[in-house]
Ligand binder design. Structure first.
Ligand code: NAG
Ligand code: NAG
Ligand code: NAG
Length: 218
């Protein structure tokens, strides 16, 4: 099991501690604009706090600060009313990330001329990300079907969404490990990071549907 590059994680944590101070100041000021026009949705802050403390997000996840800043990067988070709204936002953000990473993998692959172990790792990743790009709208459709039922969603239907996301998480993690071992370890952080975006959507889905997915192993 590869280890995350610590330096870039530490730097990220440092930068994000600034973001969370701003977010918390805004959250405690009021739910409307404060004097600087900065808004924060308390639901986002509280959901991220709960996910971090709950161990809901298992091994690969954003810390509370990053969770808040990622969700707040989408304007819809300001008007989100429940966990279901946050899941849709997380899936939209994830869709953008997954497509961006998929494009990057194919760009790098095109530039590799020697069929060595790095090339083979990128071939695997390209195939897996292609599958992830196609599967994500399916997970989203499954979730939109159960969203109105919220915490009353039958377990089997909630598990269809969670299992769909589990599959993405496994592929994303495997690709990151392959690249770390066969390409350039120092450049793999954004591939590991994609797994955290999947984990965010997955954890919020658990909260929205009040269903615990104990089978996930990524
Ligand atoms: C956070 O957890 C507390 C305690 O379980 C719960 O009462 C609250 O509704 C949760 N809030 C969110 C936004 O998840
Ligand atoms: C979010 O809203 C602000 C203020 O309305 C706007 O300036 C900004 O462009 C919006 N960002 C996105 C990504 O839609
Ligand atoms: C992701 O979002 C950014 C900013 O909104 C946008 O410029 C970019 O085109 C999006 N990328 C994909 C692959 O959707």
């Amino acid at each position: 099991m590869a280890v995350h590059p610590l330096t870039s994680l530490a730097l990220t944590a440092l930068l994000l501690s600034v973001v969370v101070v701003v977010a918390q100041a805004a959250a405690s000021a009021s739910s409307d604009n404060n004097h600087h026009g900065i808004k924060a949705n308390n639901l986002v802050v509280e959901a991220c706090k709960n996910m971090s403390s709950d161990l809901l997000l298992k091994s690969v996840h954003f810390d509370e600060e990053r969770c808040v800043s990622v969700l707040h990067s989408n304007n819809n988070s300001m008007v989100a009313k429940d966990h279901g709204d946050l899941v849709v936002i997380a899936l939209d953000i994830l869709d953008n990330r997954t497509n961006t990473v998929a494009t990057k993998i194919d760009d790098i692959l095109r530039g590799l001329t020697v069929r060595d172990k790095a090339w083979r790792a990128f071939k695997w990743c390209s195939a897996d990300y292609g599958e992830m790009v196609r599967r994500l709208p399916v997970c989203r459709d499954f979730f939109l079907d159960v969203k109105p039922m919220g915490k009353k969603t039958p377990r089997s239907e909630a598990m269809d969404v969670l299992t769909c996301l589990d599959g993405l998480g496994e592929k994303s993690r495997d690709c990151a490990i392959l690249l770390a071992n066969n390409w350039d370890f120092d450049k793999t952080e954004e591939f590991y990071d994609n797994t955290r975006y999947i984990n965010l959507a997955w954890g919020l889905t658990e909260m929205a549907t009040d269903c615990r997915d104990n089978d996930a192993n990524w």
